[in-house]
Design a protein. Structure first.
Length: 366
């Protein structure tokens, strides 16, 4: 086998050239959860055969086809056992109309919504779940540095960080800037942030040298239709979060297998026992700071000389949109969020709500 025919792209994944001998492939895939088979040309069918042989030999992880294959070949790839297809086209993303509405097999438009997951997708999710559970056990009680370094090895360019640029955000952003600096930083610009938050965001981007900030906003037509007078937060707080946070994030997550969060156990509520790595039924959540306490967070801020959000001086321990944020006496507490409402989260970490909101705001169907 040629030297570049086999490349371990991460500890639990391996890439094989389509012409790899089956006996060599069997050895190469030992202990991995994802196998990437690279096609040099759409005319080269050896990758089809290799995938079929791997499935027949009992491989149950994810099989991903990569290369200049044709959209019309996707159905055949699925029949051979592939779970995902990354079509590389020099002229940009190709369009496929023959995938039977399987968004997880072929990349859809960012705002598109499709129907049901396929059996092959379910198998891919099972592999993703197994990897997350193994990492959670391995990283139980680990430091933020260890957690992010290890998960960056596994998820590489398929992970992003979600940041509110709130009261504790600088710590996570500094860690990402140090360990995985090319990671996309997703910021939900709801249109209802404190002006201080937007200025703080811009300051941190410069201070930490963040080079891949991606600002996600609600669709203007949806806002005009559902919240023309910008009082939806007062009438239906959850609907406001769906419109301005859950739905825009859902449209942006298709390229990513994993999402880095700033959640911590001491936040309480649903976060009270979060592991370092968790699988939510669709994607992996990476929680590097889950095991820290408020004193450790403060110590790290001082050690790194990180700037604090200006509203923390006014008693804001957790900072979101201005209509649903109030001061709180307890450090690290989320008591000031959604005061008077029967909820403790906005819904962005709930995959069921995210899919429902995404469907409600879909522009078109595949």
């Amino acid at each position: 086998m040629a030297r570049d025919a086999l490349a371990r792209v991460e500890p639990h994944s391996v890439e094989l050239a389509g012409d790899t001998a089956f006996s060599e492939a069997q050895t190469a895939i030992h202990g991995v959860h994802r196998v990437v088979i690279r096609f040099p040309s759409f005319k080269d069918g050896r990758g089809f055969s290799l995938a079929a042989l791997l499935r027949r030999s009992g491989f149950e992880g994810e099989l991903r086809a990569v290369g200049p294959v044709l959209p019309d070949q996707v159905d055949d790839l699925l029949r051979m056992g592939f779970d995902a297809v990354d079509i590389e086209r020099p002229e940009g993303p190709a369009r496929n109309r023959n995938t039977g509405g399987a968004p997880y097999i072929y990349q859809p438009d960012p705002g598109a919504v499709t129907a049901r997951p396929t059996a092959l997708h379910i198998r891919a999710l099972a592999a993703r779940k197994a990897t997350a559970e193994a990492l959670a056990a391995e990283l139980d009680g680990a430091s933020p540095e260890t957690i992010l370094t290890r998960t960056a090895e596994v998820y590489g360019g398929r992970m992003a960080m979600l940041s509110s640029f709130g009261a504790e955000a600088a710590l996570g952003l500094a860690l990402v800037a140090k360990i995985a600096s090319d990671t996309p930083i997703l910021f939900l610009d709801t249109g209802l942030h404190f002006p201080q938050t937007l200025r703080y965001r811009d300051h941190l981007v410069d201070h930490l040298g963040l080079s891949n900030l991606q600002v996600l906003s609600p669709e203007k037509d949806e806002v005009r239709a559902q919240d023309p007078d910008e009082t939806l937060y007062d009438r239906d707080g959850q609907a406001c979060c769906d419109l301005r946070k859950v739905r825009p994030l859902g449209r942006a997550l298709d390229p990513y297998d994993a999402l880095i969060t700033g959640r911590k156990r001491y936040h309480g509520g649903q976060r009270g026992d979060i592991p370092a790595v968790e699988f939510d039924g669709e994607r992996v959540k990476i929680n590097p700071f889950s095991f820290l306490n408020p004193e450790e967070v403060s110590a790290r801020y001082k050690a790194l000389d990180l700037p604090r959000h200006p509203l923390t001086e006014d008693g804001y321990a957790s900072i979101g949109c201005w209509p649903c944020t109030a001061p709180s006496d307890a450090p690290g507490s989320r008591d000031g969020r959604w005061a008077g409402q029967d909820r403790e989260e906005c819904g962005i970490f709930d995959p069921v709500r995210a899919e429902r909101a995404k469907r409600a705001g879909a522009v078109r169907l595949i």
